[in-house]
Design a protein around this ligand. Structure first.
Ligand code: ARG
Length: 275
């Protein structure tokens, strides 16, 4: 096997405990309000994810959960930060709209510069950043949640080129369900979640990408958090764990059965704060 040693980089993250987690409405195909959610189990699983990140040496800030916002645990959707600037979220669905203000409130006490969005965008759910690819490249999804106008807005606010990618399968409604940054320059993705043109562009710009199949993506294997070496991903995504291991990363399986009921997994629950 030939690959350079994968080196981790210390990260700063933001998470929100699922104290008020529930599936009370259905805004993606994974959500079934008729199926019961075990909040106690969701909390225990979330705490294990949190402990895994801190044990790996990363800093994790906490967002205070608010009653009436059952999706707040998916902290990745609240903003997207690059180089110390935070581009705020503006949620598509009214059920989640108030989460944006909770995130804004968090950043008010932090050293990041906050930029208010004009356009609908769901933060890191639809934006990924690769600091060492092409001098610093933002990948952005549209089709279900984030509007293309927000891609242009993010480019203006963050001063980095934004590559717009069109998502075509409602099962993979956020970019982070179909594509992940494995380190500062490498990605993994499931081509079938993207339009033919977007697939072609990804193939052109990332010829060495790890290619996931539908089963990997359906197991939330792409909804991963990587520090450049350790790849935290849903425990059900065994095929994806093998694929990242084969190219030198260390997969760390995380059990998140309850968060999956809301249509998310590891990445959805973790926002990265980039200085
Ligand atoms: N129930 C949430 C929604 O549909 C799940 C969000 C998952 N988050 C993510 N980053 N993909 O909005």
């Amino acid at each position: 096997m030939s690959y350079t040693e994968r080196l981790p980089r210390k990260r700063t993250y933001l998470m929100c405990p699922p104290e008020h987690f529930a599936v009370e409405y259905a805004i993606n195909p994974w959500m079934d309000p008729a199926a019961p959610v075990d909040v106690g189990l969701a909390l225990r699983q979330w705490h294990l994810l949190h402990a895994t990140l801190t044990d790996l040496g990363h800093a994790v800030h906490l967002l205070r959960p608010r009653p009436g916002l059952p999706d707040m645990v998916y902290a990745a959707n609240g903003a997207f930060s690059v180089d110390g600037t935070v581009y705020g979220a503006r949620f598509k669905h009214p059920q989640r709209a108030a989460e944006a203000a909770a995130h804004r409130f968090f950043y008010a006490g932090q050293p990041w510069t906050f930029a208010h969005p004009q356009h609908v965008n769901e933060g890191e759910g639809d934006f990924a950043y690769l600091p060492c690819a092409y001098g610093g490249l933002i990948l952005a999804g549209h089709g279900f949640r984030t509007e293309p106008a927000a891609h242009a807005e993010a480019q203006e606010v963050l001063g980095r080129p934004v590559l717009s990618l069109r998502l075509v399968d409602p099962v993979f409604y956020h970019l982070d369900t179909a594509l992940a940054a494995l380190d500062d320059r490498s990605i993994a993705y499931y081509p079938g979640a993207f339009s033919a043109s977007s697939q072609r562009i990804l193939g052109q710009l990332f010829p060495d990408a790890v290619i996931a199949d539908r089963a990997d993506a359906e197991a939330f294997g792409l909804n991963l958090v990587s520090d450049g070496r350790h790849v935290l991903l849903n425990a059900e995504a065994v095929g994806m764990a093998d694929k990242v291991r084969a190219v030198g990363y260390v997969p760390v399986p995380i059990h998140l059965s309850e968060l999956k009921r809301g249509g998310g997994s590891v990445k959805c629950a973790v926002a990265e704060l980039r200085s």
